[in-house]
Structure formats: C-alpha cells, structure tokens
Design a protein around this ligand. Structure first.
Ligand SMILES: NC(=O)c1ccc[n+]([C@@H]2O[C@H](COP(=O)([O-])OP(=O)(O)OC[C@H]3O[C@@H](n4cnc5c(N)ncnc54)[C@H](O)[C@@H]3O)[C@@H](O)[C@H]2O)c1
Ligand SMILES: O=P(O)(O)OC[C@H](O)CO
Length: 335
C-alpha cells in the first residue's frame, strides 16, 4: 500500500480535529466531517475549530464538510471520531457510504453499554466487515497537547499487520510517533479502563489527596485493567505499553483530561448533573464505561474494585469519602 491520497475523519470534536491535523501534517488529503454545518464552515473559512481547539491553526490539506458521503468518497481510511456510546448509531448511517476495502479506524475509548462490546467489535458488526479491516489508535494522546505540536507516541492496532503499518505511515509526523500492535483486546481494554481510573484519580484529587494516592490508584488500576484484559484474551505485556501504562499515567495526571477533571468535581462534592453541565457537552467516557466495564468484569468473574466504586459514586449515590474508606478497608492480600 502506498501513501494514501484521501482520508476521512468522521467527527470534528477535540480528538477528531486533532487527528485530522496529524494526518494532514503527514501529507494526506483529509476530509473532516462535522455534525454541525457551521463548524465545517468555520474550519474552511478560518482554518480554526474554535469550539474544540481554540487558537490552533489547521493545515490547508484539511477540509471540512457536513456531508458524510463527500467525506468518505474514495477514502483509503475512514477514521471514526465520535463518542463510544454514539458510534453504533452514527456508523449505521454511514455504512452504505463506505468505500469497498477501506480500513475503518476507531479513535473511541469505551465499552458499549448493553452489548458490552469493544469499539472494534461494534465497528465490524455495524459496517459488516471482517475484523482485519478494523484498526484502533490509542495511547497517551491528550488532544490539546498534540494539536500544539508537542511530541507524543501512540499505538495503531489492527489484526492485519499490513494495514497497521499503512496506518502507521499515514499518521507519522515529526511530533506524532505511532507504533504498531496486533493486540486489539489489550489496546482497547486499556483505553476504556484508563478513563475510569482517571475518574477515580480526579475524585481523590477533589478530596484533597496527593501523589501517593494517585500513584496507588494508577498502579492498582493497571492491575485490575490487566486482569480484565487477560481474561478476555489480551497479552499481559500490552498493559505495560503506551496504550496501557502510558495512557493511564497521562490521563490520571493531567488537568487536560476530561475524565480526571470530571472526577475532581465529584470529589469536591458536585453532583453528576452539575459535573455534566460544567463539561459543556464534551465527553467523559468513563462515566458510562464504568458501568459496562463493571458488567463485563462480572461476566468474566474478574474483580475490579476501583471500577466498582467509581460506578457506585457516579450512578448509585455512593459518597467519595465512604468510597475511599471502602477501597482501603478491603480484605488484606498479597500484591
Ligand atoms: N480528546 C482527546 O484528547 C482524546 C484523545 C484520544 C481519544 N479520545 C477519544 O475519542 C473519542 C471522541 O472524543 P473527542 O475528544 O473528540 O470528543 P468531543 O466531545 O470533543 O467530540 C465528539 C464529536 O462527536 C460528534 N458527535 C457525533 N454524534 C454525536 C452524538 N450523538 N453525541 C455527541 N457527539 C456526537 C460531536 O459533534 C463532536 O464533533 C472519545 O471516545 C475519546 O475517549 C479523545
Ligand atoms: O480527556 P480524556 O479524559 O477523555 O482523555 C483524553 C485521551 O484519551 C488521553 O489519551
């Protein structure tokens, strides 16, 4: 496969716009689909997506449209950049438009409520394509830092190694370094679970706790993430990589993380509704994924104590203080 000439990115939020910029900076012609026509118009006229990435100039090779058919026309890669719980519905609408043999790339980090499927499973099912045509991108990738050109690495995973390499080539720039992987389960479980652990870290920060607490949550969070992943067939080593530990550390530590920020509001005593209002419609995937991941863990007999208390704080009225006491008071055990 040579350098792709056309790539579609469907979803012009923080990460969709940023990843579209990366692809354009890598030399591709990128069509970015925005749900709202005024966002597409603003990007084309001002080279800026002010609602999501204020102050970031977007390259000329990136053009925006609100017409999904126009965006995906003859695209070698179709990148799906919408929130995980909306992916099924959005993709069902796009499915008839998809070019034959295009690689479908999911950027979403979540586990679907009700079906408990990973995003690649949702994509393969709804687009009616074999898993070999589905790829994911996941890593320590806070959109605003990448949009500012700060150096970072990531993982592009696909069961078909040749497609993974083609995607790696398509998004390789001087500031964005992608590594390939074929462990879809490990990469996707890492990406979904780190949002929940970031909520826990945010809650702890909101309660006034410091680095020892964060570090304990990150480390035990990684342990429960790996337990679930391995039960689902992942390679244990994936969790020590960029999409595992790398993304977990970035998301749990950064004030740019929406999940961590959301958790901090809960820890300070705000209700779920208040924290949601403050997020101004931007997605904190962990708030929903804590429930689906918890159910997935139950189904496979895996203990995920941090995920369990995050779910109960978010959805069952458990207060952050007693949640902390409950985690610390669990039965003593070996590491
Ligand atoms: N922002 C980041 O730093 C980042 C980095 C890596 C991965 N991700 C993941 O990428 C996915 C998208 O995140 P984002 O940051 O671009 O989110 P966002 O909230 O900034 O943007 C979401 C985009 O999806 C569109 N959309 C389409 N249908 C929608 C619907 N029914 N409801 C809401 N929005 C809808 C919105 O218009 C918007 O353009 C998430 O799964 C997130 O975890 C985000
Ligand atoms: O802002 P968050 O919490 O959705 O995290 C963004 C990215 O997933 C970090 O890699």
């Amino acid at each position: 496969m040579g350098q792709p000439e056309r790539i579609a990115v469907l979803g012009a939020g923080s990460w969709g716009t940023t990843f579209a910029k990366v692809l354009a900076d890598a030399g591709n012609d990128v069509a970015l689909w925005a749900r709202r026509p005024q966002v597409a118009q603003e990007i084309n006229e001002t080279r800026c997506n002010d609602s999501y990435l204020p102050g970031v100039e977007l390259p000329e090779r990136l053009r925006a449209t609100d017409d999904a058919a126009e965006a995906v026309h003859a695209a070698e890669f179709v990148v799906l950049a919408v929130p995980s719980q909306t992916l099924r519905e959005n993709l069902a609408g796009w499915q008839p438009l998809l070019p034959a043999d295009t690689t479908l790339v999911s950027l979403a980090k979540g586990v679907e409520l009700s079906t408990l499927k990973r995003m690649s499973q949702v994509v393969a099912e709804v687009a009616d394509v074999p898993m070999e045509r589905v790829a994911v991108v996941s890593g320590p990738n806070l959109a605003k830092e990448i949009a500012a050109g700060q150096p970072t690495a990531t993982v592009v995973a696909c069961p078909d190694e040749e497609r993974a390499v083609a995607l790696q080539k398509a998004c390789f720039t001087s500031y964005f370094r992608p590594y390939t992987n074929t462990d879809m389960v490990g990469i996707e479980i890492s990406g979904a679970c780190k949002n929940v652990i970031a909520l826990a870290c945010g809650i702890a920060a909101g309660l006034g706790f410091g680095h020892n607490t964060m570090s304990s949550l990150i480390t035990r969070g990684l342990a429960e993430t790996a337990r679930l992943g391995v039960a689902l067939g992942a390679d244990q080593m994936t969790f020590a990589g960029l999409a595992g530990l790398g993304d977990l550390v970035a998301t749990c530590s950064s004030p740019l993380s929406r999940n961590r920020t959301f958790g901090e509001r809960l820890g300070r005593g705000e209700t779920l509704a208040q924290a949601q209002e403050a997020a101004h419609g931007q997605v904190s995937e962990g708030v929903k994924s804590c429930s689906s991941i918890r159910q997935l863990a139950d189904r496979h007999g895996v203990e995920m104590p941090i995920t369990d208390v995050v779910h109960r704080v978010c959805h069952e009225g458990l207060e952050p203080g007693p949640a902390t006491a409950e985690l610390l008071g669990r039965e003593r055990k070996a590491e």
